[in-house]
Design a protein around this ligand. Structure first.
Ligand code: C2E
Ligand code: MG
Ligand code: MG
Ligand code: MG
Length: 282
């Protein structure tokens, strides 16, 4: 009986694994078509300044309009794109689309910063510096308005290279934000070495604020540290007014989360800004 049961378990495991493998292979094939067929779209999530209570930024978040599966979130395909190398083509498209949109906003006097997620392969692999340089020139973007987001674990992959590239990007007027801060293995030592302009406290700390004294201590310590180092700070995943009140009391700079808005298509994002702060638009 035990043997039979074990056999079934193995069989089940194998078929589940095989299915996952086939799904991934299918996603990878579909990604090729998606890149050629313009099936991606950037959505924008607003970032709120907690002192002025106005929206001062947007994070570009990719969505895939899959012809059969409907709208896919990055969790369903970014890892596969990363492993297969397709992330370079996708990342190039994302940067282009985000800069084109930022140019349009600036043209309409919408003065907000654009945050763009960059994967490790994109950061270390290709010609990120040249790409960014060309885009800044092509779209005449105001200095300080483009901010690249990368996770601390990714940055640590090659510290010397990362330090140089960050410095070169900073010299171009491009900001660098550490995404999901607190979840990777970072070293406090590098915070002073890297020309980092911003930390984004990971959502897991924020969602625990009301139930965990430890999370409150950690968050207020990160905020104090960022302040002392003159690094700006965004809390990710803010969902309740109570969380916002705590962050405001700790003098956290900015917040982002469903309390304000999820990521929106461009037209809806513009409408959201107009509605929440009419003065921002001419
Ligand atoms: P991230 O950079 O940490 O982005 C924040 C994620 O949290 C987004 O998920 C956003 O929709 C979600 N979020 C925002 N506020 C809340 C909240 O209040 N509650 C909850 N539960 N979630 C919230 P999304 O859009 O699914 O993206 C997931 C991740 O995929 C991103 O995490 C980012 O690492 C990656 N990603 C997204 N777009 C791109 C891209 O264009 N390029 C690359 N390389 N990665 C991307
Ligand atoms: Mg991000
Ligand atoms: Mg990220
Ligand atoms: Mg994050």
């Amino acid at each position: 009986y035990a043997k039979k049961k074990q056999g079934t378990a193995i069989q089940f495991f194998n078929s589940a694994l095989l299915k996952a493998f086939k799904d991934d292979a299918q996603i990878e094939r579909d990604l090729h078509a998606a890149i050629r067929g313009r099936q991606f779209e950037l959505y924008y999530q607003p970032l709120k300044d907690l002192q002025s209570c106005s929206y001062i930024g947007a994070e570009a978040l990719i969505r895939w309009h899959h012809p059969k599966r409907g709208v896919l979130y990055p969790g369903a395909f970014i890892d596969i794109a990363e492993q297969s190398g397709l992330i370079n083509a996708i990342g190039t498209w994302v940067l282009e689309a985000a800069c084109r949109q930022l140019n349009l906003w600036q043209h309409h006097n919408i003065n907000i910063a654009m945050h763009v997620n960059v994967s490790a392969r994109q950061f270390f692999g290709s010609n990120l510096y040249e790409q960014v340089w060309q885009l800044l020139n092509r779209y005449r973007l105001k200095p300080g308005t483009l901010i690249l987001e990368i996770t601390e674990t990714e940055l640590m992959e090659d510290i010397r290279y990362a330090t140089n590239l960050c410095q070169e990007l900073a010299d171009l007027g491009v900001g660098l934000a550490i995404d999901d801060f607190g979840t990777g293995y970072s070293s406090m030592r590098y915070l002073k070495q890297f020309p980092i302009s911003k930390l984004k406290i990971d959502r897991s700390f924020i969602s625990d604020l009301s139930i965990s004294r430890e999370s409150r201590e950690i968050v207020s310590a990160i905020i104090a540290m960022a302040k002392a180092l003159n690094i700006s700070l965004t809390a990710e995943g803010v969902e309740t007014a109570e969380q916002e009140r705590f962050l405001t009391s700790c003098m956290c700079h900015q917040a982002q989360g469903f309390l304000y808005s999820p990521a929106l298509r461009e037209a809806e994002f513009s409408a959201f800004l107009q509605q929440s702060q009419p003065a921002l638009l001419h």
